[in-house]
Design a protein. Structure first.
Length: 397
């Protein structure tokens, strides 16, 4: 029952129409209407149909605003022709108000022009008819019954439209916040996936290669076995150390300020830097890859994000060369005024130019370069597989 009579329901409109009819019938029973009877011989019962019609118009206010206004206006015209009734007059003001609140925008604009025009016309007719300025009082009933309800309805309509716009804006803001949160979560998951791949896959690849070699080559002497085990141990220890660093980062997020390269400062726990590439090359050489290193330009300090990304790209490229190449690679590190350029080239085994199995690493390297607004390319070049990354340093030209 409460739901049927709730706000904005047809039941509430019918209840308002019934209350209006009851009020009009009370006035009729008390003999307070009609107030004007130009034709005394007109039976009073004829004033009841216009009263009933204007109440029906109130009941149609929400489902059919135009029909409600038409029925109410027709009832008022008939009632005025018979002799104006107070009840019908008052209920019609509700019809005008409802037409402005629930009708289309064109309807309330039209009603405002019509009611203001009728008020001015009544004032002019009164002044001309009576021959004095007090004749403007003729337009007062039109103002009370027409202009005021219309202005009130327009005000309520504007407040409602503004509230609806604010609600829509708040919902849109909430959706944008949720979208930003999801994007942030996705970006963090992608970053964690890149770090896990670089930390785990590269070191485990070296471990797997040496373990496979130790198991597949028969008759290894103790020195060869110890050499393979030493590389396996070093790779394992290095991988565990970097994994602990990453866990520390996840446990204690950094509150650092943006770095010189424009990226958020990485925590101090992440210590992998391009300056440590010599140690990385030594481990790769110990794993069985002959690496030639060439440096162009003068090494200098790099933004933290660029430093880490450069190290990881070199690490992944050399690991891929170890896994898919023929046993040799060339690393070139070029320090330019506004960028650092990394190039890793290695011959590939016949049929191995697709670097099968290295897809995740290539994607990770490309994402690192893209996040720094750099450039990345990987593919066959002059009979070699070449990886080239240009990372802007945010300084110089």
């Amino acid at each position: 029952m409460r739901r049927w009579l709730g706000s904005g329901t047809p039941g509430r409109d019918l209840m308002l129409a019934g209350a209006s009819l009851a009020g009009g019938l009370i006035l009729y029973g008390l003999g307070w209407q009609p107030q004007v009877r130009p034709h005394p011989d007109v039976p009073q019962v004829l004033f009841l149909p216009p009263l009933l019609a204007v109440c029906v118009a109130v009941g149609l206010r929400r489902v059919a605003p135009r029909a409600s206004l038409a029925v109410g206006t027709g009832a008022l015209v008939v009632d005025t022709a018979l002799g104006a009734s107070l009840g019908t007059f008052l209920i019609y003001t509700q019809v005008l108000y409802d037409a402005c609140v629930y009708g289309p925008p064109r309807l309330w604009r039209w009603l405002l022009r019509v009611t203001v025009g009728l008020s001015l016309l009544g004032a002019v007719v009164g002044v001309v008819g009576l021959g004095q300025w007090r004749g403007v009082a003729v337009g007062v009933p039109v103002v009370l019954a027409g202009v005021l309800p219309v202005l009130t309805g327009i005000s309520v309509r504007q407040y409602r439209d503004q509230a609806a716009a604010e609600r829509a804006r708040a919902e849109q803001t909430a959706r944008l916040v949720e979208l930003d949160r999801r994007q942030a979560v996705s970006a963090e998951r992608a970053r964690m996936a890149r770090e896990l791949h670089d930390v785990v896959a590269n070191h485990l690849s070296a471990v797997a290669i040496h373990a496979t070699a130790a198991l597949s080559v028969p008759g290894l002497d103790r020195g060869q076995v110890e050499s393979a085990l030493r590389v396996i141990r070093e790779s394992s220890v290095q991988g565990l150390a970097e994994m602990r660093q990453m866990i520390d980062v996840l446990r204690e997020p950094s509150d650092g300020q943006p770095s010189a390269g424009g990226d958020a400062a990485l925590p101090d726990a992440v210590t992998a830097r391009l300056a440590e590439a010599d140690g990385l090359v030594d481990r790769i050489r110990a794993a069985g890859l002959a690496v030639r290193v060439r440096t162009d330009g003068t090494p200098g300090p790099l933004p933290v994000g660029v430093d880490l990304a450069a190290y990881r790209i070199v690490q992944e490229s050399l690991t891929n060369a170890l896994k898919h190449g023929t046993g040799e690679a060339e690393l070139t590190i070029a320090y330019r005024p506004a960028e650092v350029v990394l190039t890793v080239a290695n011959p590939v085994r016949p049929g191995g130019t697709d670097l099968e199995g290295a897809g995740a690493g290539l994607i990770g390297m490309r994402e690192r370069a893209t996040l720094l607004a750099g450039q990345f390319a990987a593919g066959p070049h002059d009979g070699h597989w070449q990886v080239r990354a240009a990372l802007p340093t945010g300084v110089g030209g």
